[in-house]
Design a protein around this ligand. Structure first.
Ligand SMILES: *Cc1c(COP(=O)(O)O)cnc(C)c1O
Length: 466
């Protein structure tokens, strides 16, 4: 499989290349040159497969010649063997039409484990083969950091430098990052917001003095392999609910547009998805873009769902590319204008292309708390604030009631105990697999919001490319 950039002028890469790359050299994001698809018969035959076998089946066309079938199956078995539930991503029923897809049974209690556990293994496999080193530099508003650190801690050939906004992630999230003791893990708390941290990471990717010495790689959802791994649970859940013979809709708590874009990919691959509901909190740039074509950033408002406190959703560019006719040079121009002015209007083709499958909804703090209480009182389920935003959006849906709506439960409620306790009056208990989190010692480096300080820290501690 060949991968091309959304901005039309970076070199084509294979799966191995795209897994180790961050942004494309033209500033775009990589996508498969064409979408593989499955027939109805092939989808029907997915029913009942163990998760790791389903995963390998769905990923095979994307991986191409970069791994043998046996290697891919083995990596999927290892990655998903670390989940605390045998079904990996089980479904729970809330009422006649609403379901929860529990994506939080991985080691760090958020859906990002599903993709990152595999990505850590892919890195190690490819880097050992190439005899080279990768320097991962990432910014996290919480869940990405812990999931990425868990996935690469102690792995050969990889160092990880994870920036988080000092004081703006939950205590559980911070401890999940800062208590991991491995020589290849560096936590950095910077003064500023998540967007400030993200801007520094982007700057480092473009910094000649760094890229000439280090192989700088990404673990945020600009990495294609992550999105690929997320496609699997859309198939797994839809097939359980009757696909390909029945349509299914999904409500997806959205930040960087990675998770819901994986749903779009599943639809392009033939899964009968009736609708993808993009659920946002008050940081609602995506809701505005999808409902009125206005993609303009505002200030980030901190909420109880911090992984969705994002104004610029990187993966939205992938959608704009695909629905807008795959014209990379035109999109590059549109994105450069957006980067300069922080605002743009979607083209008619982009709006029409998105409106076929996507709808959107926005939840404020009251909507979120109400959804947490509803699940607690009416369905005996404790849900986290991110999931609650998805559930709120699902409950607003005007779709045909015969179509089941699956809300993606993106984090374990114990990760956001304070918000859940405020809404329900009871405090979720941390699962025993991370129960000693508060007894472990933390280690992290505090740096100012100055790019040079971060750059010097990374170049002092990272391993050169080869
Ligand atoms: C990352 C995250 C999201 C947002 O996912 P995107 O792929 O960035 O849209 C939602 N909920 C939780 C709990 C997350 O960790």
């Amino acid at each position: 499989m060949d991968y091309i950039s959304t901005r039309g002028s970076a070199p084509t890469l294979d799966f191995e290349g795209v897994t180790l790359a961050g942004l494309a050299s033209d500033g775009g994001l990589y996508l498969p040159a064409e979408w593989p698809s499955f027939s109805r018969e092939e989808i029907a035959a997915m029913a009942g497969l163990p998760y790791h076998e389903l995963a390998a089946r769905i990923m095979t066309p994307f991986v191409g010649d970069s791994l043998t079938q046996d290697e891919l199956l083995d990596l999927c078995r290892q990655a998903y063997g670390r989940f605390a539930h045998d079904a990996v991503t089980p479904l729970a029923q809330l009422d006649e039409r609403n379901w929860l897809l529990e994506l939080f049974h991985g080691p760090t209690l958020a859906f990002k484990d599903v993709a990152l556990q595999l990505l850590g293994l892919l890195f190690e496999t490819f880097l050992t083969r190439r005899k080279s080193n990768l320097t991962i530099v990432g910014a996290t508003s919480g869940d990405t950091g812990s999931a990425a650190i868990d996935a690469v801690a102690g792995r050969e050939g990889v160092d990880i430098f994870m920036l988080h906004p000092n004081g703006r992630v939950s205590d559980v999230q911070r401890r999940q990052m800062t208590t991991v003791r491995a020589p290849n893990v560096y936590n950095i708390a910077i003064d500023g917001s998540f967007d400030d941290a993200q801007a520094m990471v982007k700057r480092m990717f473009a910094d000649e003095s760094m890229t000439s010495r280090f192989n700088i790689g990404a673990v945020n959802s600009i990495n294609w392999a992550r999105l690929m791994a997320q496609v699997v649970y859309y198939f797994a859940s839809a097939v359980q609910l009757g696909a390909p013979h029945r349509q299914v809709a999904f409500s997806v708590p959205t930040g960087n547009f990675g998770d819901v874009f994986a749903g779009y990919v599943a639809a392009r691959m033939g899964l009968p998805i009736a609708q993808l509901i993009v659920a946002t909190n008050v940081n609602d740039i995506l809701h505005r873009a999808l409902s009125s074509g206005d993609y303009s950033t505002g200030n980030v408002t901190p909420t109880a769902a911090p992984s969705m406190d994002i104004q610029v959703s990187s993966n939205f560019e992938r959608l704009l590319f695909d629905v807008g006719g795959r014209d990379g040079l035109a999109l590059a121009e549109q994105m450069h204008a957006f980067e300069a002015t922080k605002a743009m209007q979607l083209t008619n083709a982009q709006r029409e292309g998105a409106s076929g499958l996507f709808t959107s909804a926005r939840a404020d703090a009251d909507d979120m708390a109400r959804a947490i209480r509803w699940a607690h009182e009416h369905a005996a389920q404790t849900i986290d604030p991110h999931t609650a935003i998805g559930l709120h959006a699902a409950q607003q849906s005007d779709l045909d009631p015969a179509i089941p709506i699956v809300t993606l439960a993106t984090a374990h409620p114990a990760k956001f105990r304070d918000a859940v306790e405020r809404a329900t009056g009871s405090r979720p208990v941390l699962p025993s697999r991370i129960g000693d989190l508060f007894a472990r010692e933390e280690a992290y480096t505090e740096l100012s919001g100055d790019y040079n300080a971060v750059r010097d820290f990374v170049s002092e501690h990272a391993s050169p490319a080869a």
